[in-house]
Ligand binder design. Sequence first.
Ligand SMILES: [Zn+2]
Length: 236
Amino acid sequence: MSTLLTIPSLLCLTIVLLQFVLPFFLRNLISKSVINRRIDPTKIYLTFDDGPDPIHTPKILDILSEYKIKATFFLLGEAVEKYPEILLRIRAEGHSIGSHSYYHTHAWKHGPWSSFKDFLKGHKVVDHQQTPTSLWRPPYGKANLLTLTYSLINELDLIYWTNDPQDYSPNLDQRQLTNRLLKSSKPGDIILLHDGRRTKSSSINITPDSLACFLTETSLNKSDFATISYKTSIPS
Ligand SMILES: [Zn+2]
């Protein structure tokens, strides 16, 4: 009887370890290593997830162009197939791109194989001859062991974030987001913002307008903003 009780418990423990605990610690280890190697602590890195979006991404690109600031876009394969011209514009204007899966599958809420397939498909769409990239960011920041192992073997760079002003929060207005950006942004930050997805719900995407206000009002030097480069380490 006690053996029967122990086997399900052990099974549960193994699943928790493999699905949540190990991926969590491995992801933190990898992302810290990438930050140490690739992120200049004197620079600020604006990153935009979930695009390209036909309305908000061009608006954000216009704002970045006006202020001569380069950023990094983590793109969904599904959206890239719909709007490939926006991906090409992002690259043509000197920004970096990374993959963010195909359908935006949450790795902890789906089986390892289905989220791994979503990662592979998304990376394949974003990373091709015209737009090669080594950068990727898992949806919701959650990855599984399969994806992390593949990323390590293929020397991809998992880019997490260090500053999340929560622009996806439905209760946040444009002024509040601007204030959060003004108050919290500092050199060394990788700032998480979104150009896509919110347009799918009834809520308005406040990110482009807040970005414009933030860049107008910030006392940070515009030359302090940088894009995350591919495969090159920062000078030590
Ligand atoms: Zn996302």
